[in-house]
Design a protein around this ligand. Structure first.
Ligand SMILES: O=C(O)CCC(=O)C(=O)O
Ligand SMILES: [Fe+2]
Length: 298
């Protein structure tokens, strides 16, 4: 049906001999989905679909999540389709056509600052710099499993607040306090349960997790920093070196991703669709959790 090769980490695999631009039978899609549940990072090589083919494949996974920025805003594509997003440093008429234009990116799980984040990201490589700009992936189920029993007990009943601080140039009239207060935010369990396979997943990330609820910011920073350092270890990541025509599909519940730096004078253009989760992330330790708390004032 298609060929599968494990990449240098067991959670990542490469799929060849499939054209995602052609209609896929239910049987083929079910085989892709089952493979994805075993390897939450799937790299499909040599894809040539246009934006419609890309969108049609993304829609097989569920309802598409619109991009954050509106057409005409800095960092939004000019495309009328509200679901397509570019990750790019390219400017047209002096305006960035995509988000996350330059530099390294901290590990994160897309839209974890929304009550209903995305379950899948589908990123397609169009223009690739010659060195750097790798997308880095970590399996947060593995990270959870590597924790001591004492740490697992400590985090079992915790909620965290995630916030969205945009990667684009800051509004110079806002103070940092105002940015945090007015940012898009959501409260989620620190350990979530994978909705399809029930596995425990550590759900905090350096880019978006602002605070553990019920702790002071200082206490929380100290605790979170240890988890962020665990995620940052190079030996546990799969570094995706892009080739033009790659489509990378990630399970956004189970994995986090970041990016290595690259030469800002080289063009980088990737096109992305994201798919909504079916419901807010659920706690792994339901019996230990009080009901979802209100947002704490920042
Ligand atoms: O630029 C990249 O490699 C990753 C960008 C990213 O975080 C995303 O598309 O969600
Ligand atoms: Fe992302």
């Amino acid at each position: 049906m298609f060929s599968l090769n494990q990449l240098d980490k067991p959670f990542a695999a490469e799929i060849t001999n499939i054209d995602l631009g052609k209609p896929l039978s239910d049987e083929t899609f079910a085989a892709i989905h089952a493979t994805w549940m075993k390897h939450p990072i799937l790299v499909f090589r040599d894809q040539t679909f246009d934006v419609n083919g890309h969108e049609a494949f993304a829609q097989r996974f569920g309802r598409l999540k619109p991009r954050l920025r509106k057409t005409g805003q800095q960092g939004a594509t000019a495309a009328e389709n509200p679901n397509v997003m570019f990750v790019s440093n390219i400017k047209e008429n002096g305006v960035l056509i995509g988000t996350s234009p330059t530099g390294a990116l901290n590990f994160h799980s897309d839209s974890s600052f929304d009550e209903i984040p995305s379950k899948a990201g589908l990123l397609y490589g169009i223009e690739i710099p010659t060195i750097g700009g790798d997308t880095l992936f970590v399996d947060m189920c593995d990270v959870y499993n590597s924790l001591s029993e004492e740490t697992k007990r400590f985090i079992a009943d915790k909620w965290v607040t995630n916030i969205h601080l945009p990667s684009l140039p800051l509004d110079p009239t806002q103070t940092q306090e105002e940015r945090i207060r007015t940012a898009r935010k959501a409260v989620h369990p620190m350990v979530i349960s994978h909705p399809d396979c029930g596995l425990p997943i550590l759900y905090v990330n350096r880019h978006q997790t602002y605070k553990i609820n019920g702790m002071t910011k200082e206490e929380s920073d100290q605790v979170l920093e240890k988890f962020f350092d665990l995620v940052d270890r190079p030996e546990i990541r799969y570094s995706h070196k892009w080739r033009k025509g790659d489509l990378v599909l990630w399970d956004n519940r189970r994995t986090q991703h970041g990016r290595s730096d690259f030469d800002p004078t080289q063009r980088r253009l990737l096109r992305r669709f994201a798919v909504f989760c079916d419901a807010p992330p659920k706690p792994f330790h339901v019996e230990k959790m009080a009901s979802r708390p209100e947002l704490e004032p920042a």
